[in-house]
Design a protein around this ligand. Structure first.
Ligand code: S3P
Length: 177
């Protein structure tokens, strides 16, 4: 493993429900690195869930907060596995910082696969509330253009979370040897 990869944070991006947190936790165990979930950190620090924050403080407050947390992580953390919220890469400042300081992995999945898990996701995802299926598909497709900024893309459709994590370890040559 080269020294640069050892020190870099590995950041996971992708649409809501693709498995960023689950895969991140698995990667953290497999690689013996710390795991940071930015949304969970925000929820813990503010003592409220993300839907509550959207409702009580508004989306703009959440977006500003997620930017501050991600910039802080980029500048002050090394060698961790980091899961970002699915909308974080909309912000240019976040994209720039992450691509400058971290190795960014885009976890991709098809709309067909996403639709199968959609019902489990909606309740806790305020950005999906009050959207028709067509509007969700539009958001899904729009988001692809922000996830295009990455260092590595991994297809998750035909892989379990465990298989995806194993694949990432293998492809990056990060296994402990
Ligand atoms: C969001 C995704 C969520 C969370 C917030 C907004 C988005 O994270 O940050 O609800 O705009 O895509 P997950 O991708 O972990 O669901």
């Amino acid at each position: 493993m080269n020294a640069e990869m050892r020190d870099k944070n590995i950041v996971l991006i992708g649409f809501m429900g693709v498995g960023k947190t689950t895969i991140g936790q698995l990667l953290s165990k497999k690689l013996g690195r710390d795991f940071i979930d930015i949304d969970q950190q925000i929820e813990k620090d503010f003592q409220m869930t993300i839907p509550e924050m959207f409702q009580q403080k508004g989306e703009a407050f959440f977006r500003q907060t997620e930017k501050e947390y991600i910039v802080q992580m980029c500048e002050h953390t090394m060698g961790s596995i980091v899961s970002l919220g699915g909308g974080a890469f909309q912000q240019e400042d976040i994209r720039k910082k992450c691509l400058e300081h971290c190795f960014v992995i885009f976890l991709d999945l098809t709309w067909e696969s996403w639709q199968q898990r959609m019902d489990l996701l909606i309740e806790n995802r305020p950005v999906l509330h009050n959207r028709s299926i067509e509007e969700m598909k539009q958001l899904f497709n729009e988001r692809k253009s922000i996830y295009a900024f990455h260092n590595l893309k991994v297809e998750t459709d035909n892989r379990s979370a465990e298989e995806t994590a194993d694949y990432i370890v293998e492809i990056l040559g990060l296994g402990r040897s």
